[in-house]
Design a protein around this ligand. Structure first.
Ligand code: BG6
Length: 494
């Protein structure tokens, strides 16, 4: 725990992310005594609010790991937003729209000034791209003359292709050093994702198997059982490939497939993450879908294009499946299948590792013609109900010789009764400690875009129509054909 003073400034404080994730995470850290003695939280938002309104908005969503929900702020001195004097306070309710640029920037600079009075400053930028440059410039220019450290957490979208991402990077680097920039991908802060390396590198039963010799396919699956409700405006500009695959799923893949790092230091780990050895995605290895309206048990579920913020006839994918390959000796020929979708039948994120057949399996005939059913599968269920399980073949007890597949199951809720911290808690704490291992380095970001940009361009230029799937279904059948092309099946479908 650092003794010095710290200010945390959330820019975009009235946004969804701030409300649902950033403030609750800060509160949980505070509640569990992870924050320095002297810290102040500032909020800056485009929605006009006074102190009390902002406090009320935040306190309504403050939950912490002890599972309490506070309807009003608890009697703990959580210094939610600012402690400025009455004169400046009025200015700080300024709006953020870029048309009002000079005045909002002036107000923002006042806030930076206040934040600058303490020894260390963390800025969390959860803002749209059109105001990004101005905000970064203000922070960067002021930071260079302050003592202590200034760090800036930036949230995606980091552009929408190689070019726009490159521009953002150039802007960031003009005003901040790479050391000050913390590009967040909250999936890297999830407990099971953090455990991936532990599982692999500290277990002899897994480590030697981590290659094409034993692994037949790796599947990264993300599904949500709700649509883009309320976020259509943002989403339509990006689509599921940019929203989930190019960052969250790709980061898990890169961690999964990396070579053994020299140490657990941030640079060593990030040097080994395997993004640079991946082949750019081909359009033929991608299928896209979009949800359509559906009614079930007297309830009707809207189509993606029913959202008033989504342009009619939008071709933006809300579902995609893709096959990626890694160009190195360890993974040559192994398909890494990704699948991500909104408005599917369930909410789930998992990594499924499908192993090869046992050569000359003695029990082959006990599986009939479907020997595929006899391969082992290791599953990391990232959420919900965090678990790690291994599907093995087992003899069904009895006098006959019948085999079935059973799970060796490590269910976190049974093994570890303590609640699992939210990803944002871990990442905020890391940023405060200057630990960069779970943040995206600029070369990683470039590599990630290089993998997806040519395919995205082609997809959009050719105006490929997404395959429609009913809201609440298992997604388009095209995903099965994609897996079948590589001779595998999606593990989550049985
Ligand atoms: C965000 C995406 O990055 O991750 C959202 O923009 C998505 O579309 C969210 O809903 C999922 O995060 P989690 O932690 O709820 O799985």
């Amino acid at each position: 725990k650092e003794e010095s003073t710290l200010s945390i400034t959330v820019v975009g404080a009235s946004g969804d992310l701030a409300k649902k994730k950033i403030f609750p995470a800060l509160f949980a850290l505070f509640y569990e005594d992870w924050l320095p003695e002297n810290f102040t939280v500032f909020g800056y938002a485009r929605t006009k609010m006074n102190d009390e309104e902002l406090r009320n908005m935040i306190s309504g969503t403050l939950t912490c790991r002890v599972n309490q929900r506070f309807s009003t702020l608890p009697d703990l001195s959580f210094p939610i937003p600012h402690d400025l004097n009455a004169d400046t306070r009025e200015h700080l309710q300024g709006k953020l729209p870029h048309t009002a640029k000079p005045s909002y920037l002036k107000n923002f600079e006042l806030l930076i000034e206040a934040a600058g009075k303490v020894s260390n400053r963390l800025f969390y930028l959860s803002i749209p791209p059109n105001i990004f440059v101005d905000v970064v410039r203000s922070v960067g220019l002021r930071a260079s003359s302050l003592n202590g450290w200034t760090r800036v957490i930036v949230e995606k979208p980091f552009g929408r292709d190689s070019e726009s991402s490159g521009e953002l990077t150039r802007c960031l680097k003009q005003y901040l050093t790479e050391d000050q920039i913390f590009r967040i991908d909250h999936y890297l802060g999830k407990e099971l994702v953090e455990n991936l390396s532990v599982l692999r590198f500290s277990n002899l039963v897994f480590e030697p198997l981590w290659s094409r010799d034993y692994i037949r396919s790796v599947q990264l699956i993300f599904s949500e059982d709700f649509g883009t409700e309320g976020r259509g405006g943002y989403f339509d500009n990006y689509g599921i490939i940019r929203d989930i695959m190019q960052n969250h799923l790709l980061q898990i893949l890169a961690l999964f497939a990396m070579e053994t790092p020299v140490s657990l230091d941030a640079e060593d780990v990030r040097n080994e993450k395997s993004l640079r050895s991946m082949k750019p995605l081909k359009l033929g290895d991608v299928i896209v879908g979009q949800y359509k309206g559906h009614s079930k048990s007297g309830r009707s579920y809207p189509a993606y294009t029913d959202d008033p913020t989504v342009p009619k006839g939008s071709l933006t994918p809300t579902f995609a499946a893709a096959a990626l390959f890694i160009n190195n000796a360890r993974w040559d020929g192994v398909p890494f299948l990704m699948k991500a979708g909104k408005a599917l039948h369930t909410r789930r994120a998992e990594v499924r590792v499908q192993f090869r057949h046992v050569p000359g399996n003695l029990y082959k005939r006990n599986f009939g013609t479907d020997l595929d059913m006899a391969t082992n599968e290791l599953v990391l269920r990232v959420q919900p109900d965090e678990a790690i399980y291994l599907r093995i073949n087992n003899k069904v007890p009895g006098l006959g010789m019948r085999l079935d597949r059973s799970n060796l199951n490590l269910l976190y809720s049974a093994r570890y009764p303590r609640e699992i911290p939210d990803a944002y808690e871990r990442l905020l704490l890391d940023a405060m400690a200057g630990e960069r291992r779970l943040f995206i380095r600029s070369d990683e970001l470039d590599a990630a875009w290089a993998l997806f940009t040519p395919m995205l361009k082609e997809l959009e230029e050719k105006k490929i129509a997404p395959e429609l799937y009913p809201h609440g279904s298992r997604g388009p059948v095209g995903a099965h054909y994609l897996a079948a092309k590589y001779n595998v099946r999606w593990g989550d479908l049985g």
